[in-house]
Design a protein around this ligand. Structure first.
Ligand code: AMP
Ligand code: ZN
Length: 474
C-alpha cells in the first residue's frame, strides 16, 4: 500500500489513483526569469523521486510541468534587459533543462509554456465572468473569492476572520502575496505601457500567474487529476488560487492529492542574493567540481517534508553514503565469485526489496528505503568475505541494485561497454608510447585515464582496465 501526506487533509492517506494503474501528475515548473538555484532543484528532484517510485510500483505516469514564461518577474526583467519575453527567457529555459539532465531528472511528458496557452486561459476566465465568479475592474479581471466558499481550505487561512478586519473586497494585482492578504486576485491584467499584451475576446491584456496552471493542467490532464506538487511556498496563494479557478469553472474536484516539499536552506539560512548564499547547479558542479550523483544523493536523502540544510559537510556525508553503494557494485562486478553460492542471497534480496518498497510507500520515507539497501550491502559483504556468494547470486545482487537505482538514480550511468571504444584508443596510445619508451607520455595517458575513472593494470597477459569507483568529492 502506498500512502502520501496530503496537504489538503493535513494527514497521510492511502494513495489510489483515479484510473487504476495510471497516475496523472502536475508539477509547478520554473519561473524562467533567472538561472534556477539548488532549492528549485530540490523540488524537481523530489518530484522525480515520486514519479520514479510510482513507475517502480507499476504505475504508468503522465507528468506535466509548466514553464512560467510570462508573469510579473519575467516581464519586469525582460523590460530592464530590453528584450522580448521569448528572447529573455530562452537562456533560463535552457539552463533549467541542462540542470534536469545533470541531476538525472527523468523528463516530464509535457513542458507547456504559459505564453502558448493564452487561449486556454482566456476560455476559463470568460467562463468565470459568465458564472459571475469573476468581475472586471479598470481593464483587469479579478476572481471574487467571496463567491468560492471553500477558499482557504488548502492553506488553512480563515477567510471569515480576514473579512472582519475589512480586508476582503480589496483586490490584489501582484502574483505573489502573504496569507494575511487573502483578497480577490487578478486573473487578467490590463495592458500597461511598455508591457507585452494579447488581444483576446476578454479584452487586451496578459494573464496573472495562477490561471496558467489551471489552464495547462486541464489541457493535458483533464479537470480532475491525481497529484499536484510544488514547494511549500506555492501553497498560498498560488495553489489556493488554482483550486478556486479550476473548481469554480469546471465544477468538479480539481486535485486528489497535494504534495509539497519543504525548502532547501543554506548553512541554516534562507537563500538570498544579499547573503550571497544562492547556489546554482553550475556553481557547484562546474566551479566547485561537486559530483552530480553526490548532489542528487544529498537532495534525496532528507525526507521531502523536512527542511533540507545545504552545507559542504552534508555533501561529504552524501558522498560517503553513495560510496557504500558504488563500492558494493564495484565488488560485485570485479571480484571472482565461486560457481556455487549458499542460497542466502535470494532471501536477502527479497527482504531488502520489501523494505525498500515499504519505506518509499510510507510517504516517500527515503531513509527507511536507504537503510534497507545498506542492510543488504552489509549482510552481502560479509557473505562475500566468507565466499558464500556464488556468481549467479552476485549477478542477482547487482541486478537488484540496478532496480533500486531506477528510483534513486545515483549510480554512475557509465557502463563498461559504452566507454570501451574511447578507452581502448587511449590504452593503445599508451601501449605505443611505452613501446617507444616515451615514459612521460605513457604516464600522462595513464593519469588521464585515471581521471576519467579508468584504472589500468599491467598483467602478464597484457593490459587490463576497469572502471574505478567514483572518487568522493572534497
Ligand atoms: P519558481 O521558479 O520560483 O516558480 O519555483 C519553482 C519551484 O521551486 C517551485 O515548486 C517552488 O516551490 C520551488 N522552490 C523555490 N525555492 C525553493 C527552495 N528554497 N527549496 C525548495 N523548493 C523551492
Ligand atoms: Zn503552478
Amino acid at each position: 500500500m502506498i500512502r502520501f501526506h496530503n496537504t489538503l487533509s493535513g494527514r497521510e492517506e492511502e494513495f489510489l489513483p483515479l484510473v487504476p494503474g495510471e497516475v496523472r501528475v502536475y508539477t509547478c515548473g520554473p519561473t524562467v526569469y533567472n538561472v534556477p538555484h539548488i532549492g528549485n532543484f530540490r523540488a524537481y528532484v523530489f518530484e522525480d523521486l515520486l514519479l520514479r517510485f510510482l513507475r517502480f510500483s507499476g504505475y504508468k505516469t503522465i507528468q506535466v510541468m509548466n514553464l512560467t514564461d510570462v508573469d510579473d518577474k519575467t516581464i519586469r526583467d525582460a523590460r530592464t534587459a530590453g528584450l522580448s519575453l521569448r528572447e529573455y527567457t530562452a537562456p533560463f529555459i535552457e539552463s533549467f533543462f541542462a540542470g534536469l539532465k545533470t541531476l538525472r531528472i527523468h523528463p516530464a511528458d509535457h513542458y507547456p509554456r504559459a505564453t502558448e496557452h493564452i487561449p486556454d486561459m482566456v476560455r476559463i476566465i470568460k467562463g468565470l465572468l459568465d458564472k459571475g465568479v469573476a468581475y472586471r475592474k479598470e481593464g483587469s479581471i479579478y476572481f471574487d473569492i467571496s463567491k468560492f466558499p471553500s477558499y482557504g481550505r488548502l492553506s488553512g487561512i480563515d477567510v471569515e476572520a480576514l473579512r472582519t478586519t475589512s480586508r476582503i473586497g480589496a483586490r490584489l494585482e501582484t502574483d505573489e502575496y502573504e496569507k494575511e492578504s487573502a483578497r480577490d486576485f487578478a486573473l487578467w491584467k490590463a495592458p500597461k505601457e511598455g508591457e507585452p499584451f494579447w488581444e483576446t475576446e476578454i479584452g487586451p491584456g496578459r494573464p496573472g500567474w495562477h490561471i496558467e496552471c489551471s489552464a495547462m493542467s486541464a489541457a493535458f490532464l483533464g479537470p480532475t487529476f491525481d497529484i499536484h506538487c510544488g514547494g511549500v511556498d506555492n501553497i498560498f496563494p498560488h495553489h489556493e488560487n488554482e483550486i478556486a479557478q479550476s473548481e469554480a469553472y469546471f465544477e468538479k474536484p480539481f486535485v486528489r492529492y497535494w504534495l509539497h516539499c519543504h525548502h532547501l536552506i543554506v548553512d541554516g539560512e534562507k537563500m538570498s542574493k544579499s547573503k550571497g548564499n544562492v547556489y546554482s547547479l553550475d556553481d557547484l558542479v562546474e566551479t566547485r567540481r561537486v559530483d552530480p550523483s553526490v548532489l542528487r544523493m544529498f537532495l534525496i536523502s532528507t525526507h521531502y517534508r523536512k527542511v533540507l540544510n545545504f552545507t559542504f559537510e552534508a555533501l561529504d556525508q552524501a558522498a560517503a553514503a553513495l560510496k557504500r553503494i558504488t563500492d558494493f557494485v564495484y565488488e560485485l562486478e570485479h571480484r571472482a565469485f565461486p560457481d556455487a553460492g549458499s542460497g542466502l542471497a535470494g532471501p536477502l534480496i527479497a527482504e531488502a526489496d520489501a523494505e525498500f518498497r515499504d519505506g518509499l510507500g510510507d510517504d516517500l520515507n527515503v531513509s527507511s528505503a536507504l537503510t534497507a539497501l545498506y542492510d543488504l550491502i552489509r549482510k552481502a559483504n560479509s557473505l562475500i568475505r566468507e565466499e558464500k556468494i556464488g556468481a549467479d547470486e552476485a549477478r542477482a545482487l547487482r541486478s537488484f541494485v540496478s532496480q533500486v537505482d531506477d528510483v534513486l538514480a545515483v549510480l554512475p550511468e557509465r557502463r563498461e561497454e559504452e566507454v570501451s571504444a574511447a578507452v581502448r584508443e587511449k590504452i593503445e596510445a599508451r601501449e605505443l608510447a611505452r613501446k617507444a619508451k616515451n615514459w612521460a607520455e605513457a604516464d600522462r595517458l595513464r593519469r588521464e585515464l585515471l581521471e576519467a575513472g579508468i584504472v589500468l593494470e599491467d598483467t602478464k597477459d597484457g593490459i587490463r582496465w576497469k572502471i574505478a569507483p567514483r572518487k568522493e568529492s572534497s
